[in-house]
Each structure stands twice: as C-alpha cells, then as structure tokens.
Ligand binder design. Structure first.
Ligand code: ADP
Length: 490
C-alpha cells in the first residue's frame, strides 16, 4: 500500500520510566507515547515496557489484563522480588506494565535517589525478565534515560545466556543532566551486577560512586540523543555533565535524531482550545483575532498592533530565564507585550510576578501549568522566546513555528537544529537566533525581530507562513529510527 509498508518488519521493545497518558513529567513522556505510535506506521511491532505506578489513572488501570507473574532474583545476596505483568493495548501499541507495589506504590514516579536507585535497578532487570517470560524476543531493545540504562548492562552480563540476548540495544539520552549516580556498594547490592562492571570504563565514576547512565552508554550498541547539535555538544566539558570524555570515547556509536510534535494534539485547523482556528491560507488575519482575544482574556491592553512575545517553560536555570529577567525592562516599550506561562523556581516565579505588576496591562505572568492557556498563547503571540542554556531538543519552538509564531532562540541543541536564522538578504529562515549565553545578545535578537515586524511586515508574514509549512511530524523522526533499527539488524 503505502511506501512505509515496503520496509522490512522489525520488533522493538521500548523501555522507559514514563509515558503519556499514563504518567508524564516531561518530554520523555511525550516521546514514549508518540514514537511507538509512529513506528507502528513504519511496519514495526512495538511493545512499551513501563512501571505500573500506583498513580496511573484508574481509567487505564482497570483496563489492564494480567499476563503472568514470577519471582526474580535481584540483589547481590540473592534477595528476590515479585514481578507481575499487566497488559494494555491501544492504537496498535502493546503496553506491558511491570507490577510490584513495593517499588511502584508511591504517589509520584520519582521520589529521591535513595528510593529511585533500587526502583530502577529492579525495573531494568524485570523488563528483560518479563520479555523472556512472555517469550517476546525483539530485534531491538530501545532504552530511554538513566532509569532504563542498566538494561544493556544486564543484557550483556546476567542475561547473556538467555533468549533475549540476541536483541541489539539503543540508549536514548533525553537529558544528560540526570544520570542515576550513587555510591558503589548500594548500586552493586541492588543491581546484583557482577563486580567487573564497576570499573572505570563502565559504571564507576569516582572512588565512591557508580553511574547507571554511564553503564548504559558503555554497553549499548547505539547511543542517540534528541538532536544532532546536542549529540556534538555533550562531548564537550561545557555540556557534558562530567560524561564528555566517556561520550567522546563512544562517539562512533552516537547519533542525533530530532523529536517531532504530535500533529493530532497540535493542529491549528482543529485545535478546540483556540479562539479561532486557522491554516496557512488565513494565518495572518486569524492570528490577529487570536491575539486580541488572548489580550482580552489575560487583561492586557487590547491592541492587535502590539508585538506580543510568548514564553512557555518550566521556570528553571536550564531555560535561560536569568537572561530574560535581566533585559525585560529593555524589551518593554509602548509597542510590546510579554505573556509568560510557567511554574518552577521561586526566584523566577517572583520576578515575573513583579514585572506583571510593574508593567500592568502589558506583561502577563501566568504562574501555573495550564495546557489550554498554552495552546492559546502559541496561537495568539507573534514571537516566542526560548533562550536556553542547553536544550536537548525542545518542543516549544517546534509548536510555536507550527502555530505560525516566530521563535527567538539561543543557538544550542535542538534549537540550533530546528530554527534557521532569518537572513535579510535572501529573505529566508524561520526565526531569530543568538549564540553566546549573554543577555545583550538576546536583547539584540529581540530587537531584530521587532524591527522586521514593524518595518517590513510583508517579510515577517512570509516567515510566519514558512514556519507553518515546516514538517515537524513524528513520521519524519520515526523513519530515521526505523533506518537505524534496520542498520543494526540487517
Ligand atoms: P522540557 O521537556 O525541558 O520541559 P520541552 O520544550 O521539551 O521542554 O517541552 C515542554 C512542554 O511542556 C511543551 O509542550 C510545553 O508547551 C509544555 N509546558 C511547559 N510549561 C507549561 C505550562 N506551564 N503550562 C502548559 N504547558 C507547559
């Protein structure tokens, strides 16, 4: 039928600690949901293995079907634990939940490392044991972040003589900052892994500590990150989070594949959360209406002639908010409004509240998590700020462009890969960018955006349409992952 079905079939087991809509705390949850769905269209059999957290909503829990259970040796002293398998099938993807109340009975998926280290040792080993138990031997095991990083280590040690050992492994880094580092005796005890993996080429990072992510990087066949630029950056000390040397050593198996966005959720023609739906043919007029109604709802001065800058983000250092803070007074003039949506560090929550008060009617700080408001801001703003310190991929700039909102970003990680800087001579590009992490350069980029908006509206409008026209669908990314799976198993 379609071109997709021409490529050979492969079976993939996804192993990770979160997945929308069961449990999500960040971008990892989005990928674990969208990528398997897109891979099914690329002629893949996909099974997603997740912890059965108690906090998964009841509407899903009640539909899970019991698939079996067994006892599994885990710890160095042979202590064993119950492993239950509960299954839920949805949209062609099979979700197998590892059931154990002792580990997954808390209110949140993550608590603190004291609990999380044993939890994810157990999870990694139980996931492999469950695949053997179900006799479902995939071509590829695709693991995500530190919580699943021991999977390749187990596979090449304690599982070497089992059926599952024929599988190839991929470890994807969604954010290098989180690594699962703890003292060696604790990880050695809970994982039950042989002593020789606690050497400096595998898990060991110092005299005292072991690093679960580092172990996964060592033992996996391929490492990927969620953008090309981030794949390069993490090999440098500035971005490498103390693993840069190790990543340089393994750079031959390191790749970058940029994430997509979910076109079912993010679709300007059908998005029910928007004041006015639109598409590329009427974006310019309809965005003005979305802007006016957004201004009305947020209590801003209603004037469609103003340049509205949106910012939707976790309010943490990673996102470059100290730069925004420094220059906000210089951004504000009689032609400009700023709309912020986010929660996080209280320093930033407080400073944005302060600015809302200082620039009443022209700055609106929504210190909350609100999906509906996010959609309205993406549609109603003219420009969108993402000045991150580091950004493995970043979804907000993709959503902004898809909604015809021009991004202003720092040239790092996925931002660099997805936002081509505007070139005034050739009238090409998708947004405004700056390189060094300096507030003056951010201000300069914002001023360049404003200048184009106010003096060459035709060029601005063309950029809006170019942005909407870019393809950020998951199908694109899924094709690249499928190629990688084929390359590994040919
Ligand atoms: P990260 O995963 O580092 O937080 P991403 O850019 O990959 O950053 O993803 C952020 C996602 O969370 C986007 O979909 C964004 O719209 C959403 N988001 C962030 N903060 C909020 C908020 N306060 N309200 C609604 N959505 C938010």
């Amino acid at each position: 039928k379609t071109e997709e079905y021409m490529t050979p079939r492969r079976s993939i087991a996804f192993i990770g600690s979160e997945c929308y809509p069961f449990v999500k705390t960040g971008g990892l949850g989005d990928v674990m949901y969208a990528l398997p769905k897109a891979l099914v269209k690329q002629n893949c059999d996909v099974k997603v293995i997740l912890p059965r957290y108690k906090c998964i909503p009841w509407e899903y829990q009640e539909k899970m079907v019991y698939k079996g259970a067994f006892e599994m040796n885990l710890c160095a002293d042979g202590r064993s634990f119950y492993v239950g398998i509960m299954e839920y099938v949805w949209d062609g993807v099979v979700y197998d939940f590892i059931d154990n109340e002792e580990f997954f009975g808390g209110g949140n998926p993550y608590t603190n490392l004291i609990d999380d280290i044993p939890k994810y040792c157990y999870f990694a080993k139980a996931a492999l044991a469950a695949l053997n138990y179900l006799d479902w031997i995939p071509d590829i095991i695709h693991c995500h972040d530190w919580q699943a990083a021991l999977v390749p280590v187990y596979l090449r040690t304690l599982f070497e003589d089992t059926k599952i050992s024929s599988a190839k492994t991929i470890l994807t880094i969604h954010n290098l900052r989180f690594q699962g580092v703890y003292n060696i005796p604790t990880i050695r005890y809970w994982s039950g892994l042989p002593d020789y993996v606690f050497n400096k080429d595998a898990l060991k990072v110092s005299y005292d500590d072991a690093n679960m992510l580092k172990g996964g990087l060592t033992y996996s066949n391929i490492i990927t990150t969620v953008s090309h630029t981030y794949a390069g950056e993490i090999q440098t000390p500035y971005y490498g989070e103390n693993l840069d040397a190790h990543l340089r050593y393994h750079s031959g198996k390191l790749r970058g594949i940029v994430n997509g966005i979910d076109y079912d959720i993010w679709n300007t023609s059908t998005d029910e959360r928007l004041y006015e739906n639109y598409d590329i043919t009427n974006v310019i007029e309809k965005k003005k209406e979305n802007k006016r109604k957004l201004q009305e709802e947020l209590g801003l001065v209603q004037d469609e002639g103003k340049f509205v800058i949106g910012l939707i983000s976790r309010l943490t250092n990673q996102k470059g908010l100290d730069l925004v803070n420094e220059i906000l007074p210089q951004i504000m003039d009689e032609y400009t409004q700023v709309v912020v949506l986010g929660t996080g560090d209280s320093v930033y929550e407080d400073s944005f509240r302060y600015y809302e008060n200082a620039y009443k009617g022209n700055v609106c700080s929504n210190i909350m998590y609100d999906e509906t408001r996010a959609h309205k801001i993406y549609a109603g703003a003219d420009a969108f700020l993402v000045p991150s310190q580091f950004e493995p991929c970043g979804l907000t700039q993709l959503i902004a462009m898809h909604y015809g909102t021009v991004p202003i970003v720092r040239e790092t990680g996925g931002l660099k890969d997805t936002v081509e800087p505007y070139n005034m001579f050739s009238n090409t590009g998708n947004g405004f960018t700056f390189d060094r992490y300096e507030s003056g350069l951010l201000l300069d980029a914002i001023n360049r955006a404003k200048t184009l908006y106010f003096t060459e509206r035709e060029c601005w409008d063309e950029m809006v349409r170019r942005d909407m026209d870019k393809n950020f669908s998951w199908d694109n990314a899924a094709k690249q992952y499928k190629d990688l799976y084929l390359e590994l198993t040919w």
